[in-house]
Write a protein that binds this ligand. Sequence first.
Ligand SMILES: Nc1ncnc2c1ncn2[C@@H]1O[C@H](COP(=O)(O)OP(=O)(O)O)[C@@H](O)[C@H]1O
Ligand SMILES: [Mg+2]
Length: 381
Amino acid sequence: MAVTKEAVLAGLAAVKSPEGAPLPSTGKLSDIIVSDGKVFFSITVDAAVVQAWEPVRKAAEATVRAVPGVASAMVALTGERSGQGRGGAQPPQAAASPHAGRGRPAAHAAERQPAVPGVGAIIAVASGKGGVGKSTTAVNLALGLRDLGLTVGMLDADIYGPSVPKLLAIRGKPELHGGNRLKPMDGYGLKVMSIGFLVEEETPMIWRGPMVISALTQMLREVEWGTLDVMVVDMPPGTGDAQLTMAQQVPLRGAVIVSTPQDLALIDARRGIAMFNRVNVPVLGLVENMSYFVCPKCGERSDIFGHGGAQHEAERQGVPFLGAVPLHMDIRETSDAGRPVVATEPDGPHARIYREIAARVRDALGAGTSGRAAPKIVIEA
Ligand SMILES: Nc1ncnc2c1ncn2[C@@H]1O[C@H](COP(=O)(O)OP(=O)(O)O)[C@@H](O)[C@H]1O
Ligand SMILES: [Mg+2]
């Protein structure tokens, strides 16, 4: 018998919070992830009461294991420091509701999730699938925003394949600051945090559901980001439940979707747009990567993948087109060598393209804030 989320929630109604309330009604549950009979979710409570909740976590795990069809259950308990989220329009529980996500119209993510103190706009760079140049675009976009005079942070949320440390040639481990907050690393003037700094290579592959969510929450909220105008988040590729849940954990002001021009990639990009629509995160626009090829010998341009597909798709979907980045050896080599082209060849043609994309993103952020929760920081031209 296939396990459903509803069956899990029904079972959890018998588990009581320390105050005696049925667990599903406490608003402290994350989305429930069910896959192949394995059930994962997390309970997020104030750090001060974590100990009181540990028996609840255990009881929840045991109860879910007893639900017919459940092969295994893992329930993570996450403590959130009180004081966090004071700037948010609603308490964090609202977003952690098990009913958030599918089906219901969700509130705008930046309103549902508490703001990160000191951090202005948080934007996601996402793609429908891997290998389209999402991380390369994210890094060069972040550097482009830096070149516009903004203070920029970079959060590598691609937990399964963190590549930002390599793309920015950052080595070493983040230091602890004060009690248990981490200091971000520096890469070309960007403040950077990645799970790649904290775990050995390969390890993230075994991470699942709630562990990923708590790692993401910690990188977002337990790092001394200081004051940032913009934080660029390199999202994991794809548009499934895991990506959706992650998108819901971050108070996103907008999303940039990266696609290559091929039809298949564009179908995935469409799913990406739909995913952000579902969680009410505005799509700031589409970037067409590997858009066209310029022969390094003769300089002749060829549209090997049918250049322009993403621009048409953007028009069809009614989202802005942010720019076209060519397929070029210089971009690949600099990216893979940890010398991103915007930082190392700032006067070259590629850096210019990325800076133009960055300027459009900045403008979209400036224009896209009216009528929503008041932005903490206004991005200046
Ligand atoms: N515009 C481009 N031209 C040439 N190579 C590119 C371009 N964008 C990305 N690449 C290369 O493609 C590969 C995948 O890019 P990456 O940014 O890691 O993709 P993703 O994060 O989507 O998996 C890398 O080797 C990268 O250097
Ligand atoms: Mg990547």
